[in-house]
Design a protein around this ligand. Structure first.
Ligand code: GRG
Length: 282
């Protein structure tokens, strides 16, 4: 298996699905334009690729249910970025080298773009449930998706992130739950939904979630290292130096890989994905 070719193949197939999906969107303007703009500014598509590859590991095929769920994850990820960039949050002018949604369309439109993307994500979850070969597995995936991205998940992580600057002493112990919710949970959602939909057993789901937690943590550390020491807010470099952060990145990557090795599935692609995220920084 060539990891890069495989990543591109899954990413391209996902983008073909997304292109067709948004071609049918005819929402009131400027919402229609802003939603499409935010979805197509060069995201890496790591989460849908994760979901599709995990689904295929267990189901030995890809189908419309898996693509709809993968799109739900990416659409929800996009909403979170649009809201994260707002003046009341991180107040960023650029994302992926392009103007952020509020800079291009105005703040009111950006708030509603995020809201609409979040709703759209749940339309896709319902579509996936209706198309699922195993309806109960898809309902469990929908429930996991809602929990992992809700008040005790992604949104809870963003609340922790907002409060972080007011904490007097930044420690690893107070940054860990923020990273878990803000970054790991959406990655866990992608992996867990792929495993549930694909028919993994309980043990396999637990090991794949262990992989996703450790990979998510490594992914956030790599992102913080790339942003550097000057970055404001909740970053690993507020609680340790670069060298320690690099060691943590290797530790989490190793744990991610060894979680997968406890199963007897073909985990070559996910292993290569985790190692390539680590290599971004070392
Ligand atoms: C506003 C509810 C709400 C949540 C925001 C996603 C998020 C929480 C904040 C964005 C900033 C940030 C550092 C998030 C951590 C996760 C992360 C590294 C996101 C970026 O993911 P990539 O690199 O993005 O996969 P692309 O651009 O490739 O889609």
């Amino acid at each position: 298996m060539n990891y890069l070719l495989r990543f591109d193949e899954l990413k391209n197939r996902f983008e073909e699905y997304l292109d067709k999906l948004v071609a049918d969107w005819k929402f009131p303007e400027p919402l229609n334009e802003s939603m499409k703009y935010c979805l197509f500014t060069g995201g890496k598509r790591i989460r849908p690729v994760l979901l599709l590859s995990v689904y295929e590991t267990f189901a030995n095929k890809l189908d419309d249910c898996a693509f709809a769920f993968a799109a739900a994850v990416e659409v929800l990820h996009t909403y979170s970025l649009v809201h994260d960039d707002l003046p009341c949050m991180d107040n960023d002018d650029y994302r992926r080298g392009n103007l952020t949604c509020h800079k291009k369309f105005g703040e009111g439109v950006a708030v509603l773009t995020g809201d609409a993307l979040l709703n759209q994500a749940y339309e896709l979850v319902f579509e996936a449930i209706l198309k699922a070969p195993d309806r109960n597995a898809a309902l469990s995936a929908g429930e996991a998706f809602a929990k992992l991205t809700g008040a005790d998940g992604l949104i809870g992580g963003q609340i922790g992130d907002l409060a972080f600057s007011k904490i007097k002493e930044s420690t690893f112990e107070n940054i860990e739950p923020i990273f878990l919710r803000k970054t790991c949970n959406l990655i866990i959602a992608a992996v867990k939904c792929g495993a549930l939909l694909g028919g993994a057993n309980e043990y396999e789901i637990a090991r794949f979630c262990e992989f996703a937690y450790n990979f998510g943590f490594a992914f956030q550390i790599a992102d913080d290292l790339l942003d550097g020491e000057d970055s404001d807010g909740c970053t690993i470099l507020k609680v340790c130096g670069r060298e320690t952060a690099q060691e943590l990145l290797s530790d989490y990557t190793r744990r991610a890989v060894s979680a997968l090795e406890k199963t007897d599935r073909d985990v070559d692609f996910l292993t290569a994905l985790a190692l390539s995220a680590e290599k971004r920084m070392n």
